[in-house]
Design a protein. Structure first.
Length: 443
């Protein structure tokens, strides 16, 4: 019954690329048996969960929202999916995204844009727009997405929900299609901060299939934090950035309220944070280009019909299979990695990456969290045209968190017009419980 309703609703919203009817029914039967046999029940028993379509569920189509992988059915499964199923969750579908997670609106999806359930004339955000919408349209309670530069926190915000990207290394990336390996981390959108912590705790853990997965056992350690004991830093470049006036007003209102209640809220100077967007695009595109090289029509992906030699096979398959944004990033990435430019751009960007880490390190000597808006603009209209640079610039608050591998949670704050801004709380590496506890207090 739920599945029927979801299918009906989704005709309009387009949160899902695939609704996993067979898998859901199979799970339901298994859970039924478990109940009958009075077996132990998992922590997510019967909870409907959606999975972003760049995360592999065995024998279910995984498209990454690309024509390149339109018919790809993985014979393997992401480690995080194993863990979710082991806790008796019901996976109900694979959600829409910007092609290979590159974007902020799902407008880059080969399967069409996802509409925002709060206002269907607006985008649901991205790249995990389908994840955000799947929870906002009440088709599931929790959604798993991926966050390379804000792709979980921003769509959560656009859909009026909390979302979290944990510390890099918390959750295994095995079975998750790589965009930029040193930035990518699975994350969660849900109805409240405690639910996020529950699912993150289930998904975390070391994994021999991913050497960067160390595990992280702090998600259970949420605390009630007294507002008067809070130590909050606000970075200068986030205060001074261009913002929607309603968001600016709301954000200042929040800061004033926190101060009123006795919290320590200070504006801090940072040296490198302001360069986050440039650094992000140099380093991320440098990782994207080689990651995308496996999709050549021979090893993986769409294969062109007519070709006279192998070079033409590659060229044609890739021209047909990839959308504009993916091509743009492959070209930029290849360009900046070329021999004479790598020193000029890539090496310098790596240095600034460390500078950004140092900025945070210094802040965390005196403060528990960095607070900023998650995103400086409201969900925009679906037919609003924007240049790539306009879109990229809006990521100034989300991307530094991935550059430094830190955890960050975003909690929604109403703007009074039916839309929300996000309050983003970032804490120190592997202290995810700190930003989650703050987030719970601000919910
Ligand atoms: N909006 C960012 C980008 O386009 C974030 C993408 C992501 O986190 N996957 O790169």
């Amino acid at each position: 019954q739920l599945l029927k309703e979801v299918k009906e609703k989704d005709k309009d919203t387009n949160a899902y690329i695939t609704i996993t009817e067979d898998l859901a029914m199979e799970t339901a039967k298994r859970l039924d048996q478990k109940l009958k046999n009075k077996e132990d029940l998992g922590a997510l028993f019967g909870v409907p969960v959606s999975i972003k379509d760049n995360i592999a569920v065995k024998d279910v189509k995984m498209t990454c929202a690309s024509r390149m992988l339109e018919d790809f059915v993985p014979p393997y499964q992401a480690s995080l999916v194993d863990k979710i199923l082991a806790q008796d969750a019901v996976i109900i579908g694979k959600t829409n995204l910007d092609e290979f997670a590159m974007g902020s609106s799902t407008k880059n999806s080969y399967f069409g844009v996802t509409k925002n359930p709060l206002d269907p004339t607006r985008v649901a955000g991205g790249s995990s727009g389908g994840a955000g919408a799947s929870v906002a349209m009440d088709s599931c309670l929790l959604a798993v997405g991926t966050d390379t530069g804000g792709s979980v926190r921003q769509p959560a915000t656009f859909c009026g929900l909390p979302g979290m990207k944990p510390s890099y290394g918390s959750i295994s990336r095995s079975g998750v299609a790589s965009m930029a390996n040193t930035f990518d981390q699975p994350g969660v959108v849900g109805k409240n901060v405690e639910d996020l912590a529950l699912l993150l705790d289930i998904m975390q853990g070391a994994d021999e299939k991913d050497a960067t997965a160390l595990g992280n056992d702090v998600f259970k350690k949420l605390e009630d934090i007294d507002l008067s004991k809070m130590k909050i830093a606000v970075a200068d470049c986030h205060m001074d950035m261009e913002m929607d006036p309603d968001i600016k007003k709301a954000f200042e209102e929040v800061l004033a309220k926190l101060k009123d209640r006795g919290a320590q809220v200070d504006r801090v100077e940072t040296k490198n944070l302001q360069y986050a967007i440039i650094v992000y695009h140099i380093l991320v595109n440098g990782e994207i280009a080689p990651n995308m090289s496996r999709y050549d029509g021979l090893r993986f992906g769409h294969r062109a019909k007519d070709y006279s030699d192998i070079n033409e096979l590659f060229t044609k398959s890739r021209s047909e299979g990839f959308g504009d944004e993916v091509k743009r990033r492959i070209m930029i990435g290849t360009h900046i990695l070329s021999l004479d430019l790598a020193k000029e751009y890539y090496d310098k960007a790596l240095q600034v990456r460390h500078g950004i880490m140092d900025d945070y390190k210094k802040i965390f000597e005196d403060y528990d969290v960095v607070l900023s808006p998650t995103y400086p603009v409201k969900p925009y209209l679906i037919d609003q045209e924007m240049t790539p640079v306009e879109i990229y610039s809006a990521d100034l608050c989300t991307v530094p968190v991935n550059i430094a591998g830190l955890p960050a949670v975003s909690v929604p704050y109403p703007l009074g017009d039916g839309l929300y801004m996000g309050l983003q709380l970032t804490s120190d590496h592997f202290k995810d419980n700190v930003c989650l506890s703050y987030g719970k207090a601000l919910e």
